[in-house]
Design a protein around this ligand. Sequence first.
Ligand code: FES
Ligand SMILES: [Fe+2]
Length: 373
Amino acid sequence: MPLDHDQSTLLNAVASEDGRSPHSMPGWYYSDPSLFEIEKKHVLSAGWMCSGHSSEIPKPGMYYTVTLADEAVVVLRDRDGKLRAYSNVCRHRGMKLVEGAGKAMVLTCPYHAWSYHLDGTLNKAPYMDEVESFDPAACSLPEFKVEEWMGFIFVNISGDAAPLAPGMAALEPHLANYRPEDRHTVPTWMETWQVNWKSLIENFMEGYHLSVTHAKTLDHITPTELCEKLAKSTQFTAYRSNYRPEAEQRKPYPAELTEKERRSSVLFTVYPNFLITVGPNCAVFLILLPEAAEEVNIKMGVLVQEGADDLPATRAYIELAHEFNAEDKATLEAMQKNTRTAHRPIAPLAPEQYEGTVWDFTRHVAQCLTTSG
Ligand code: FES
Ligand SMILES: [Fe+2]
């Protein structure tokens, strides 16, 4: 279903900027099921969707499953240790091939036992050699483009996205000293929030709410007033939350960190579905798996440094992450309920260092939706 006239007019204006100053978006932007269908194609499937972290599947045969837009995907490490992503849909009659995560050198369908090698080709199909028209070579699992960046595994469903890394280059100097490549994830967990996925990205990416929504959990560390905007590109936007001078130093931290880096976190989003806050010791990440206009599944995890999994500081940080995420969830679910009111405003956004990232992301979405035809 196409966008209606009012939707097209507003999105075109946002995409072109048209001399507008940054503003919030109306209720339909966060609740319209027809818009969500268009987003699945032109924003989510067309982009590099994050699926997980390479430390989840360190050895050949290890896999995890994930739903990206409408596609069931299995991400695995093949016999050569290469990361690959396949359709998790059996080529016989469409059963889901594997569930959850695990390790297997052959993937076997639970319905009639067709099985597949880790290179996606068919291994066995019981009794099918008796069928004249059966061609095993035509039964390989469809494969998706995969790119690993900073240890995270991104998948492009549409097959025509430009390489991811060049679009992230402007961010790398801000991250290099945190040595993200030396970190691994603790076991990830899933949550479901009754929230539009874009609303969650906006919230995570703005520091304007820190001192209010997180008055008890974060204001004493990272208050709104110390936020600063960082680099942006067509692929990401970022900001830095600086710590109060009196806040305790987070440890352990890589020796390369500058004084400023030791005393701050870098928060960024990789469009369209990845959020992370990288601090001196840990990094909390959210991989958004939008389910409907008003529901998002979230794969969450925390990156830690080698040997730091069980440190009290790490445990305390993970506890804090659960607390501030719960605060965000309560706020966003309450706001979601206001998307159908006649009085949902379109209002100016706060200054660049506080909500500039929200406008960057809104413009990205508007551009995807309006240049896609
Ligand atoms: S659907 Fe998978 S073997 Fe039949
Ligand atoms: Fe928050």
